[in-house]
Each structure stands twice: as structure tokens, then as C-alpha cells.
Design a protein around this ligand. Sequence first.
Ligand code: 9MR
Length: 572
Amino acid sequence: ATSAATTGVRVNQVGYLPDGPKGATVVTTAPQSLTWQLRDTSGAVVASGATVPRGADAPSGQSVQVADFSSYRGTGSGYVLAVDGNTSAPFDIRANLYDGLRSDAMAFFYHQRSGTPIDASLVGSAYSRPAGHLGVAPNKGDTSVPCQATVCDYTQDVRGGWYDAGDHGKYVVNGGISTWLMVNSFERAKRAGEDAALGDSTLKIPERGNGIPDVLDEARWELDFLMRMQVPEGKQYAGMAFHKIHDAAWTALPTRPEQDSQPRELHRPSTAATLNLAAAAAQCARVFKPYNAAFADRCLSVARRAWTAAQANPALYAPDSDSTGGGAYGDTQVGDEFYWAAAELYATTGESGYRDAATGSSWHTSESAFSAYGFGWSDTAALGRLTLATVPNGLPAADRDRVRTSVATAADGYLSRMAAQGYAVPVPADGYFWGSNGAVANDAIVLAVAAELTGNERYRTGALETMDYLLGRNALGRSYITGYGKTYAQNQHHRFWAHQLDASLPRPPAGSLAGGPNSGLQDPVAEEKLRGCAPAACYIDDIESYSTNEVAINWNAPLAWLTAYAAERTSN
Ligand code: 9MR
């Protein structure tokens, strides 16, 4: 082979854990195996071996070979992998590799807070800003928000929470799943006996040092908002959750939160949002109990009321067409949300009514609870399974074992898909849709839980390899996480972090994950610039490409979960 045959060596540009997998992908048309060399920062070859030809890789549209240097156990920085005259981006091999990203991925949520000033002493002056949406002109504010026409005739205080993404909308289904992931990360770390997750040491947030774990403080910021979205007693749809609250019309980029002058509107309650609230609030009741019993009780009563209201209104769907001024988050299949909410309520209360609702649901046994594309805001059955598999409960042993096995079976599916692909991605070739990086991270969570349930190291290996994908071992040889890697996304779609459009504004802060490749080409920039792209290459680091390059709470939440997991063994 000549070096002309080989055009890239794709690695995790941050690096690898000493005891973790170390895989790289070589882009090459060479038909035969090549020699790889691992070189340390002085240029010395510290390990070498042969690549494995893999031929055409459908998702990337590339011909690739794979190099595996997992057996190398040295540590240091400035390594490169050299193959056929090409060298990779430099990377580290060290035990504390994920400590920084762990904090930054979680800090994303403080940056996204609505209804509170973002404090320069916590985030630095470039990222500080006044409170958004508290009713200070020109903001209309979220403290007294009217409904859209005919939905209701009163106003509701729905301040706080996190902005969903690059926009200023707040959507219950996406807020609930993101909060659930954050609290679930804590619940998992606690099972693992992880001190750092329990202490007050990792997050720069105003509540630090208040005696409650930081991650729960951050989750509570959203939980308080989600509970404000519940329709009050005595009103039509009492106990349900308004589907969303956002601007009457889309604002331009850039628009800082405090400068948004659009009227804010509550949109009609939906069954999906109501069940999402029930699930997140039931989980809250369980996990917050030791730290704040009064708050936990409030969560439980909200969850119970939401469950009852959803049963009384089981088919009030949010329409896909409702996307003026905010995203639709439409969903007409809510059986999975019923299952998830029942599972959380059962895990928290042990009551037979909730148990029967969970075990009687087809989602309790359906093989499609864990889809190849990960769970998501509209596919929540997997979350119910993960809870019933990991939280002690009174399910009969055989049923409990079956639920646990279903997690491992799903994980086996992700592993076999990873093994069959040149870039070790758990999603299939047709899985590169809006927010594919979130789906990849969600699949990795299932792998990590399977590792916990079975003690089988190969699942941990798979979970860590998905981090490689997000951090540069991918079709584009680019990290999708701001501030991490040699070449990283830094123009994600955001109304405040809009440096690409206005140099006085900051870039997205370190730890912000781009939505990732989306073969649907669903924005004008993607349509124009990405035409003909292979699925895994349908991405552009342009602020206007909201369908490939937005940030969102439901993508950074699994990233935070995963990096906490990846950092775990190394934090002591
Ligand atoms: O993540 C959402 C994706 O699944 C949908 O296909 C897409 C179009 O409806 O919307 C995505 O969510 C966006 C939301 O609608 C508005 N805020 C930004 C979200 C991330 O792009």
C-alpha cells in the first residue's frame, strides 16, 4: 500500500483509559492489513501491530480498517497512532481522562437555566448573563404565562427550568427525560458506592455546599419547573401537565434570553407530558427522600395526581403540527409513557395498582422496548425497564430476572452492531437522525447498566467505545463535544453562544454536545452543503444547521451520565 491509499487515522482525540478499550479506525482503500504504530510524545514506537481490514463501511461511506491497541498499558500524553504514513490527532492515556468532561457535561445545565442570573463567579464573565424570562422588559416572562387561544383562561407561573436547547422553549417531555437521566445517574453512582457523585465537590452551581448532592440540586431546578407545569385543581384537565411553554414566534439568532421580547404561551396539556411528569416526579420522590423528605413528598403527590389525570385523559395527543415558535414534540403513542410512569410509581411506592399497570403493559415484555436507536423523548419504555431492573422491588423473581435479561439482550444487540461497523457505533446505518449523538449515548447507558447487572466487562468496553465515537473516532474525524479533542464542534446552534454570528458573544462552553449527523438534512444549510452525504457524515459545524448542530438537554444528559460512569474508576 502507498500512503495515498490511506487518508486518515481516527481516534478518541481526548484519549483512552489505561484499563479501557483502545480502538482506532483507519480510512484506507488498501485491501490488505497495514502496520499500526503507537508513538509516545518523543516519537518512540511503544507498541505496534496489524490492522484488520473491514472493507466498505455503509454508515460512513468509507473503506476502513480497525486498529486495536488495548493491550498497551502505559500512560502519558501526546501519543499518536501512525498507519501507512498517516498520523492520528494526539491523545492521552490516563486514568483521570474523563474528570474534566464529567464536570463540564453536567455544568451545561446550569448554563441553560432559565429565570436566574448565570453567575460570573461560577462560569466566567463570558458566560454570565442576567436572568431570562422573569418578566423584565423586553422579556414577557414566565411568571404569569397565558395559554394559547381556547386552551385555558388563566395564567400560570412556570418560571425556572432549563431552556431546551438553542431556543428558549421549555418542553415537559424533553425536560422530564433529561431530569430522569440526571437523577438516574446519581441513583446508579450511589449503588456503585461512588463518593464523588454523592458529595458536594464536582459541580459549580449556586447550591454547592448545601448538604444535598450537587447533581440533585441541578435536577431539582428542572423538577420545580416541571411541577409548575401541572394544571391546578379545579381547572379543566386538573393534574395533567401543559405540554410546553415557548415563544409565540421563533426568534432570530442571536437572541440572549433576557432580550427575548416574544409573548410566551402555554400549550394544551398532553397525555405524554403528564405521564412524563408522573415518571420524573415518582423517581424524584424515591431518590430525594433521604435528602429532603418534604420535597420528596411533594414530588410523590404530584406524580400520583398526574397518573390519575393521565388515566382519565389517555389520548390527549400533542400534534406534530404545533411547531410555531417552538418544537412540537408530538407523540401519539403513549403506551410506553404509561409503562414508564407505572414502573417509576411502583418502584417508589411498591403499590399493587402501579405494579399491575406496569406488568400488564405490553411494554413490560415487548422486545422493542430497547430499540436500536436508543430510547428518547418519544420512546420511554426502556426507562421503565432500566428502573425495574436496577431498583429493588417486589416483582416475582422470575419476572425481575426476565427484565434484567432484557437489558443484557439489548446490550448484546448494540455490541454486535458495534462489532460489525468500522467506527464501533451502536446505532445502525439508518439511525443517523436528528440528535443521533444522543441516541448513541443512550445506547451506551444501556450497555453500562448491562455491565452493572451482569458484571460482564464487555459491556463496559462497549460503553467506553461509544465515547471514542463522540470524541473523534468517527467518519468526520472530529469531536462533537466543545473543548474536547484536537478538532471539535464549536459553532453549535444556540441563541446566546452565537460567536459565529456576533464576535462579542461566546462560543458554546466546554462540554456541549452537538446533535450530530442527521441524514434527513432538515435545515437549509444541511440541505445545501451536505447533499449526498453518507449518513454518518451528514453533519456540519455551522450555527445555522439546527438539524445537525444544535445542543439540547436530552443529549447532554446522557453525555453527563456516561462521563460520570467513565470517570468512576479513576476518581479515587
Ligand atoms: O430532538 C428533537 C427531534 O427528535 C425532532 O425530530 C426535532 C424536530 O421536531 O426537534 C428536536 O427537538 C428540538 C425542539 O423541537 C426544539 N428545541 C430544540 C430541539 C433540538 O433540536
